[in-house]
Ligand binder design. Structure first.
Ligand code: SAH
Length: 509
């Protein structure tokens, strides 16, 4: 008989993917099954192995609590490791304790991993600490309704109104009117500051501030919808000074990243730190080249080249994957000079402790050829271009015009990425975006293949395109479109700087 698996009730945190605990991430990385709620940030599913079974559970998917309990138990009995991912902390509302009770009754081993609760995280991201020595040293948390449109029956408003200090209401939006009236009728001052934070800690966070008397109207005007948290008390005023998150330069801007997943991490992270609502929608991925034999041949002849020319960080990574399959020793690379087009490519080589002899800053064939010409006479020199399949022929031709003998070796090919575990594609189609960033001509081509750029821009006319450099802009132009901005330095840092600059211009308007 198979050993029973363990079920982990894991707190996913309030929304920001960075607020998952280390223990939660560790368990996700080795789980067989993930059962997650609607409130959970789907980005977290990226931690799970590709082979993991992902089961979503929300308002739209019809899995009753009974079925869900039975499912967890059945999967564990199959010997599987099950992560039950729940919004915020698993034991704070949302029936986590009931689920744990079912597991205990069924004799299934379980662990409960605490999570960062929206109770404190959402107010924090809106600039509101729940306590402060000068204001209050206690807070009361309660829920506004118990589902099915029912106001929470167990609430004793007399008592809640009497307690001093901050009040925090979860699930309170749909009954905001009743809740505020109930408190006001019991003597809570109409001028008490109140804030509502919708989708706190996410790039879509929205806050509304008023008083007990005005908040319902203001929330209605701003179309505040669940999930949202309501904070009542003087601490709301501290937001004027402590609103660190919503003041970030790219706050409120939804920015789509189209580059390959393995390459997107750093760019995505830095955009998020500037406050952007990042939608990772990888449209390309790398695959082995069609003619692997050419790579094998080049590996044997490395010593015969005068120059090895890399045009992308990907080219460096894939070349050395093959290199170390064929050779044991870095010295087998021979004495050729090394050229790297662009700083990101050069940085990748430096990681391997290889010095770059020449770094043309711009990726156009003309500029690269000019850089070589300035460096030395390349007539009769043997050059090995290590780059993507079906890269343009302009570069080898430009080098041949200068008399070089060029081998154009494809070390990888770029193909369409179609996998979308986080549902980013659906989100884009539903709400659009402020920016779509393109970091290579292939991202343009494959994004267009999947979404049709013209159609998308017709549906969301406010969506702007951002290009990393001239080659990418050319690909956008070939669709009859024009990028709103092009990075000065053709790296993701350059693109980030351009987006930042644009946001500063916007804030001065
Ligand atoms: N276990 C969760 C709470 C589940 S109850 C936790 O610890 O956070 C669901 C309620 O939590 C929502 O109706 C809303 O009031 C609140 N909530 C959850 N995530 C939120 C978020 N990102 N921003 C604001 N409120 C949130």
């Amino acid at each position: 008989m198979k050993k029973t698996g363990t079920v982990y009730l894991v707190g996913a945190g309030p929304g920001d993917a960075g607020l998952l605990t280390l223990r939660g991430a560790e368990l996700l990385r080795r789980t067989d099954v993930v059962i997650y709620d609607l409130l959970v940030n789907a980005e977290l599913l990226r931690h799970a192995p590709r082979t993991a079974e992902l089961i979503s559970r929300g308002k739209r998917t019809d899995v009753s609590q009974e079925k869900l309990n039975a499912l967890m138990i059945a999967k564990a009995r199959e010997g599987k490791c099950v992560v039950r991912l729940k919004g915020g902390d698993p034991y704070i509302f949302g029936r986590g304790a009931e689920e744990a009770g079912e597991l205990a009754a069924a004799g299934i081993p379980f662990e409960v991993v605490p999570g960062v609760s929206s109770i404190s995280a959402a107010p924090n991201y809106a600039g509101i600490p729940l306590t402060h020595r000068d204001h209050t040293s206690n807070f009361t948390v309660f829920i506004g309704h118990e589902g099915e449109g029912k106001t929470a029956s167990s609430l004793d408003f007399d008592q809640i109104a009497r307690i001093s200090g901050t009040k925090v209401i979860l699930m309170g939006v749909t009954h905001l009117r009743e809740l505020t009236l109930a408190l006001a009728a019991r003597g809570v001052s109409a001028t008490t500051p109140v804030a509502i934070v919708e989708r706190g800690t996410t790039g879509r966070q929205k806050s509304v501030v008023g008083t007990l008397a005005t908040i319902e109207k203001l929330a209605g005007k701003e179309k505040i919808a669940p999930p949202a948290i309501t904070i009542i008390g003087d601490v709301v005023n501290l937001r004027k000074h402590l609103n660190w998150f919503e003041q970030r330069p790219l706050f409120g801007e939804r920015i789509v990243i189209t580059r390959a997943r393995e390459q997107a991490g750093d760019f995505a992270h830095r955009l998020s730190e500037l406050g952007a609502d990042v939608l990772e929608l990888p449209c390309i991925k790398t695959a082995p080249p069609t003619r692997l034999g050419d790579v094998a041949d080049a590996m044997l002849e490395l010593n015969s080249y005068n120059w090895l020319v890399f045009t992308s960080a990907n080219g460096v990574a894939t070349f050395f994957d093959y290199f170390f399959k064929a050779h044991q020793d870095m010295r087998d690379i021979g004495g050729a000079r090394i050229a790297a087009v662009g700083p990101a490519t050069a940085a990748k080589l430096r990681e391997l402790h290889l010095q770059v002899d020449l770094m043309p800053a711009e990726a156009t064939a003309v500029k690269i050829a000019a850089a070589f010409k300035k460096f030395e006479t390349i007539a009769n020199l043997k050059m090995c271009l290590l780059r993507a399949e079906v890269a343009n022929t302009e570069l080898p031709m430009a080098l041949e015009t200068l008399g070089a003998i060029v081998d154009d070796i494809a070390v990888y090919q770029t193909v369409a990425e179609t996998e979308d575990v986080t549902g980013a594609g659906a989100k884009l189609l539903a709400d659009g975006a402020d920016w779509i960033t393109f970091t290579s001509a292939s991202t343009v081509e494959h994004f267009h293949g999947r979404f049709n750029l013209q159609t998308l821009l017709k549906k969301f006319p406010k969506t702007k395109l951002a290009s990393i450099g001239p080659e990418t802009s050319k690909a956008i132009a070939s669709l009859g479109l024009k990028p709103e901005l092009e990075a000065k330095e053709h790296t993701t840092d350059g693109l980030l700087a351009a987006l930042f600059k644009d946001s500063q211009r916007g804030s001065r308007k």
